[in-house]
Design a protein around this ligand. Structure first.
Ligand SMILES: [Ca+2]
Length: 111
């Protein structure tokens, strides 16, 4: 279950982890040299951000991956443009994610 609250929790945790850096630098840190965030790297990010716990974190990973990964060319990896859909560009972040993405992220926590 859950939804809006968990989406907000996720975004708040990522924002906190980002600290004074940018979303781009955070992405680069976890994505590494290939500039793609795979499942293992996403799990590390979620763990460092304190999202979920040992029992639920893999569900968060799967949910985030499913919501953010391209629907037309899914590769189970998150590129920077894909992550931007979730966090915005970090500059004009007040605009936030598109309404369609909110629905997707919300749906992924609904069992
Ligand atoms: Ca992808």
């Amino acid at each position: 279950m859950a939804t809006e609250a968990q989406t907000q929790e996720l975004l708040a945790a990522i924002k906190k982890l980002k600290g004074r850096g940018t979303y781009r630098s955070l992405f680069d840190k976890y994505a590494g040299d290939d500039a793609m965030l795979d499942g293992k790297e996403l799990l590390e990010l979620l763990e460092d951000a304190g999202v979920g716990n040992w029992a639920t974190r893999s569900m968060w990973r799967d949910g985030v991956m499913e919501a953010v990964d391209s629907k037309t060319a899914p590769d189970s990896k998150i590129s920077w443009p894909e992550l931007q859909q979730l966090v915005g560009d970090g500059v004009a972040s007040s605009a936030g994610p598109s309404p369609g993405l909110w629905v997707k992220v919300r749906r992924m926590y609904t069992v």
